[in-house]
Design a protein around this ligand. Structure first.
Ligand SMILES: O=P(O)(O)OC[C@H]1O[C@H](OP(=O)(O)OP(=O)(O)O)[C@H](O)[C@@H]1O
Ligand code: HPA
Ligand SMILES: [Mg+2]
Length: 175
């Protein structure tokens, strides 16, 4: 099967939306320090590009959680492979995600971080695919709402490929 990628969101569109999100987040947090928490690996590109546009002091921390492996379907089991290396108690925390699909990853992550008593916990996602949701979870800030299609690029992978594309595209399989 040949893989073909159809552009859904251009690099320019994403860059413009990132700047808008950074402004919205400034309304939320003002000049207070924000701990950006990113779920590896998909959200790495989003956290870096968003952080560059944020005007308040930020720190970045990383966790590794996985549910998809080499498939286009979530397994339903979320595996925490690496935890944060800092205490978030009493801090402003912003979870940065690349995509909310079934919602399982983010729901689990949010529950875990809330249990650590941050001062404020908010969620930002580059992409939201609401048609696929199986658990009740909403982002506080969303870059783009997208249709039910498997997308790659800008951090998102298929079998670990395509994360480096500067745009988001729909992955098609052809004979
Ligand atoms: O809403 P869900 O159905 O849970 O799917 C969303 C999650 O799936 C992907 O991560 P994945 O587990 O594939 O790991 P990766 O970030 O390393 O690609 C993506 O980066 C999100 O974290
Ligand atoms: O559409 C997607 N693409 C890549 N990874 C994903 N993880 C959840 N949904 C997706
Ligand atoms: Mg993935």
């Amino acid at each position: 099967m040949k893989e073909r990628i159809e552009v859904l969101l251009s690099a320019e569109q994403i860059d413009r939306r990132m700047a808008e999100l950074a402004d919205e987040l400034y309304q939320e947090f003002g000049d207070e320090q924000v701990e950006l928490v990113c779920a590896l690996k998909g959200a790495v590109v989003t956290i870096v590009d968003l952080a560059k546009k944020m005007k308040m002091p930020v720190t970045m921390n990383f966790m590794s959680v996985s549910s998809y492996g080499n498939s286009t379907e979530s397994s339903g089991n979320i595996n925490i492979k690496m935890d944060l290396d800092a205490d978030i108690t009493g801090k402003n925390v912003l979870i940065v995600e690349d995509i909310i699909d079934t919602g399982r990853t983010l729901k689990k992550l949010k529950e875990l971080l809330i249990s650590r008593n941050p001062k404020k916990l908010k969620l930002v996602t580059l992409l939201d695919k609401p048609d696929r949701r199986v658990v009740d979870i909403k982002a506080d800030y969303t870059g783009f709402t997208i249709p039910d299609a498997f997308v790659v690029g800008y951090g998102l992978d298929y079998a670990q490929k395509y994360r480096n594309l500067p745009y988001v595209g729909v992955l098609h399989f052809e004979e």
